[in-house]
Design a binder for this molecule. Sequence first.
Ligand code: AMP
Ligand code: MN
Ligand code: MN
Length: 326
Amino acid sequence: MSGVLDAAYDAAAAAVRAAPRVIVAAHENPDGDAIGSLVGAVRGLRAAGVDAIGVRAPDELPREYRWLDDGDTVTSTPEGEGWLLLAVDCGSEARIAVPEGVRERAALVVDLDHHHDNTRFGDINIVDAEAACSAMMVRELLGRLGVGLTPAIATPLYVGLVSDTGRFQYSNTDARAFYAAAELVGTGAQPQEVFQRVYESVQASKLRLLARALGRIELRLGGRLAVTWLTRADIAETGADEAATDGVIDSLRAIEGVEVAAFIREAANGSRHKVSLRSANGIVDVSRIARAGGGGGHPRAAGFSSDLDRPELVALIEHEAAPDLG
Ligand code: AMP
Ligand code: MN
Ligand code: MN
């Protein structure tokens, strides 16, 4: 670990100890790493004797991760002010999903994240782009606070690790990720139970929605760009919930010859569309495409929100991807 990173963990641990209260938050449209890191941090901080509260936006959590939050988060603004805000898995300040007033009433912000394009928005920035997930970084911070892992803490952290590594298959799956997995399983995370709850509890409506997206796959740039899309009507007509679009992009990326996968979905609120991008082999840095669209992310998994219409989005993605695929 670099000296800078090591010092950032120590500074964050000291700040947590000195804070009257710690509010933990993750990003909007939370994934397994966001929820797992948030819940794991709240439980771990409480085990360290810290007054910790988890907060999140009022939207429902994705069904497969709902079981993780056992009353560990609130969707309203806590009383008081002058807290330390610990933002986990957020690449930029705009990504932090908190109820009204939470950000403004924090006295100090700690940014704990593994996105390579993290904007270092915190007063203390613990940014480790080599970490497979933020959950591993939460574990490191908890270690510096003297917290011993228990099944209740290890389980959400393990979910973060499993989901961000694509069940230990993506390019971020390194020895450190497996050591972290060994420790988390050794302290009570149950791989089979996590698999059952996260991946084997799918609603039929989600598969019907997936079928619509798969039926529309369009190959461009000589088969190296795969695009598909879903509308509000698709979501309404299949009866699927909002988070059921998760996973569509994985099928696109798996197509032989595809380097860039793009999934465009009509958003429920805010911007008109939400775009997910994946790079199959790392030939194209999709976070660059996402930044061109106003978002960001990792080289192999990125996204953005946009008011452009679908043909405009396809043109933008194709235009940005083409030079690298030439
Ligand atoms: P998703 O396709 O929603 O799973 O997002 C993949 C990754 O892209 C996330 O882990 C984020 O790092 C990043 N990302 C997605 N949407 C945005 C956005 N609007 N702004 C910045 N980064 C984003
Ligand atoms: Mn995330
Ligand atoms: Mn993550």
